[in-house]
Design a protein around this ligand. Structure first.
Ligand SMILES: *[C@@H]1O[C@H](CO)[C@@H](O)[C@H](O)[C@H]1NC(C)=O
Ligand SMILES: *[C@@H]1O[C@H](CO)[C@@H](O)[C@H](O)[C@H]1NC(C)=O
Length: 439
């Protein structure tokens, strides 16, 4: 009886969610999305490690995450710098969750390290084969980030992932919308398996999008699946929530913010952001990069204005700190801005890049506002991914690679320069920077 009632609530919520989704789609015509991938049923021994991915866990440490069906499987990672020769061993923790009729496997999180920079490690999980390999990032420039948001699990996703695999990158950044499970919990599992070849070999740093929020009022916390499976270094960066955190790699300080948690002046996120920005040392990390899901500079009709509130609350902090680049997702298209602040181009603002074109089942967002705003430099509704190669403290090469059917075509490319050494970080903005130290 009780289960029946719960199922009815779930169906009702799903129906409502679909209704809102259709309301959005009605505003613009998306081209035919590609088919959702088919995952054949492929049972594995219950202690077999699945959905392996790695992420940063503080200086010189990496968190290895995997799932086993076996409840008694140990949260142990064995690792070393030559194949099948595990000189080190780390014990971690595990969690699991249930979502109505669904029960997750055992989700293991094990931190390994200290690790050498720019080194290939061989490892295995739960004392079981197979062996995986991961390369740690360099400690100095150059460093390359691959960036793609709104991935999902379609044939377009596969194409994007194939292109990313061909690029020599060190870290993957994902500005929200991972699996498009949308309440169907087993789709979190298929997504984990889909990305495993890439996500087990380079750190994947993610933040949440609307598709991570599987909220059912009173009954379910919106982010239970996401938080259980994609644990990010929030504790390591002084944050109280997995929905926002920061990390440093080579000379880059990266902040991952939450578009779907409180961001007003009195919120934890706002105060954490202010504290985190005021600790940034531009000598040590000349580049300052921010990611979140809902874009602030967006001239597409899709999701128009949705980022305005967060922008009003937080943009002054980012401006005061001299953020170089902001990456967002949400809109299924690509757009790059000039440096901008307060809705206008501004040489001391950030470059805003929308890269929500990873390839999910909803298709592309085609319609743009006319005339094109003066701050917008390049906009195109195609699937693809981005690469940010930071060469040194002042120069970075940004490129956007469109999926032309299954070929990747470098369609937008530009040299970006950091605000280091510019007027923006000296005299002129000292007044503005006060906001970071005010109580
Ligand atoms: C195993 O690794 C250790 C240290 O990483 C190394 O000293 C040793 O030679 C390796 N053994 C083999 C057989 O490769
Ligand atoms: C940084 O890299 C750019 C592009 O390769 C180069 O032109 C510039 O001279 C470099 N700057 C320094 C300080 O090495």
């Amino acid at each position: 009886m009780e289960q029946k009632l719960i199922m009815m609530v779930v169906l009702l919520v799903l129906a409502l969610a679909t209704a809102t989704a259709t309301a959005f789609t009605a505003e613009y015509v998306r081209p035919p999305p590609r088919k959702t991938l088919h995952f054949p049923w492929n049972p594995k021994p219950s202690s077999h490690p699945q959905q392996v991915h790695v992420s940063f866990a503080g200086d010189k440490h990496i968190r290895v995450t995997w799932v086993t069906n076996d409840e008694s499987s140990p949260s142990i990672v064995e690792y070393g710098i030559s194949p099948k020769n595990y000189s080190f061993k780390a014990q971690g923790e595990s969690t699991s969750y249930s979502y109505f009729l669904y029960s997750s496997g055992k989700i293991h999180h094990t931190v390994i390290g200290p690790l050498e920079d720019d080194t290939l490690y061989f490892y295995r999980c739960g004392e079981e084969d197979p062996e995986f390999q991961l390369k740690t990032p360099p400690s100095q420039f150059p460093i390359t980030f691959a960036i793609a948001g709104d991935l999902g699990q379609t044939e377009w996703t596969k194409s994007t992932l194939d292109h990313i695999e061909q690029c020599k990158y060190d870290v993957h950044l994902l500005p929200g919308d991972l699996s498009y499970a949308d309440y169907m919990q087993h789709k979190w599992d298929t997504f984990g398996d889909l990305v495993q070849p890439l996500a087990s070999s380079r750190p994947w740093m993610v933040t949440q999008g609307n598709h991570e929020k599987e909220n059912i009022p009173i009954l379910k916390d919106g982010f239970i699946s996401y938080n259980s499976r994609w644990k990010m270094p929030y504790e390591e960066s002084g944050s109280s929530s997995n929905l926002y955190y920061s990390f440093e790699v080579a000379g880059v300080h990266t902040l991952m913010l939450g578009s779907y948690t409180d961001y007003d002046k009195y919120s934890d996120q706002y105060n954490w952001l202010k504290a985190d920005l005021s600790k940034v040392d531009r000598e040590r990390t000349p580049w300052l990069v921010v990611l979140f899901h809902v874009p602030w500079y967006n001239s597409n009709n899709a999701h128009q204005g949705e980022g305005d509130e967060m922008m009003a609350a937080m943009e002054p902090l980012l401006y005061a700190a001299g953020v170089d680049i902001v990456f967002a997702g949400h809109v299924h298209a690509y757009e790059r801005s000039k440096r901008a602040y307060n809705g206008k181009s501004d040489p001391c603002g950030a470059v805003h890049i929308t890269i929500g074109d990873g390839g999910n089942r909803e298709g592309l967002a085609h319609k743009y506002r006319e005339p094109e705003p003066e701050w917008s430099i390049f906009r195109e509704a195609s699937f693809g991914h981005g690469e940010l190669m930071i060469m040194n403290s002042t120069h970075a090469l940004w490129s956007w690679h469109r999926n032309d059917d299954d070929e990747q075509v470098r369609s937008d490319q530009v040299w970006l320069t950091s605000l280091i050494g510019s007027q923006c970080l000296s005299e002129k903005s000292r007044e503005q920077r006060k906001i970071l130290s005010e109580p």
